[in-house]
Ligand binder design. Sequence first.
Ligand code: NAD
Ligand code: GLY
Length: 361
Amino acid sequence: MITEVVVLPKGKPAYAVLITSKIDFEALQSYVEDKEVLIVTNTTIAELYLPRLERAIEKHYFKCAHCILNDGEVYKNSDSLNTIYQYLLERNYTRHCVLIALGGGVIGDITGFAAATYQRGVSVIQIPTTLLSQVDSSVGGKTAINHPLGKNMIGAFFQPKLVITAAEFLTTLPQREFFAGMAEVIKYGCIVDVDFFVWLEKNVVLLQQRDSKALIYAIAKSCELKAQVVARDEEEKTDVRALLNFGHTFGHAIECCQNYQGLKHGEAVAVGMVMAAQLSVELGFIKEAVVARIISLLQAFSLRVMLPGGFTKNEFILAMLRDKKNTTTGITFIVLDGIGRAKVDKSVSKDRLSQFLEQYF
Ligand code: NAD
Ligand code: GLY
């Protein structure tokens, strides 16, 4: 059975997110028919899934190559991006080619950005293989690479033509990565859907066991919630899409301060969500009990909720000041008004932030 979520960014072509239990590449055929295809993946995923993908499409494409990048957030950079351009140029790929991103959010984000920029834009298909990329990064068209001075600082909004998701990919995913993905799933409950949050609380055990039915429900619900946001505000021009960044102002700063070699993205977002919830208490929007409920759900998936050490408060604030949501008037935070109710807050001055952060350093 295929669960389909349609993403309809305003003024752009709609595309489907196909979610299945078993890996199924059937839908790819019409997209690669007689096309030049470049599959982008990494060393880990290539061993697990590349031959299967190549076999599934081999009768259909005009030409196909694969580009295997190093594995890790630390490689989400301009060197990896140039490797993709080099592959395309050396093999004379035209602007009618299709890139297929086979991997987690790192591969998805770099490949998406390569597609957005190669010859001013070619097609991209996302095949997300981590929970995090299935519920978040493969949907909605944010593409980017990191810069040493800031996370995802170089990028573009560029929607894929198709997203193919299968719970089966998660059978090989290390536990730590699986739990990191759960942070982004929990995020949707926190910001827009209290019923989903309650469903997550009730289904912790099934999710911990990676029960396929529970996973498909959680993935589809997350994609549906994200699609609703993207339909209203594809390029984060209003405050609507910014809500998806709950926990990210703190989280991205953690990743940057750890040179992208410490907490995983989802883990940093988990800490960031707790900090953003604590800030919401400080601002008088919610009670401590709400924070406790969020902490308890995150901890059910072994997610860390305390800020890691290894950097100073000033370094942390500097990283936060480079957040993309900021305006010339100050830092933008996503705060909670209750579970399932997030809003944008621009009232926190640098001094107040510094005071708030005292408790963590
Ligand atoms: P990742 O891409 O680094 O993947 C995590 C690890 O799991 C890697 O080592 C990878 O090789 C391995 N892996 C992937 N699939 C596997 C599988 N099926 N079996 C075994 N191992 C597998 O990390 P991620 O958490 O998927 O993505 C994080 C990235 O996504 C960050 O760079 C973050 O900024 C980005 N992101 C982007 C968006 C967006 O909207 N574009 C949203 C959220 C996060
Ligand atoms: N992950 C945040 C966004 O897609 O907007």
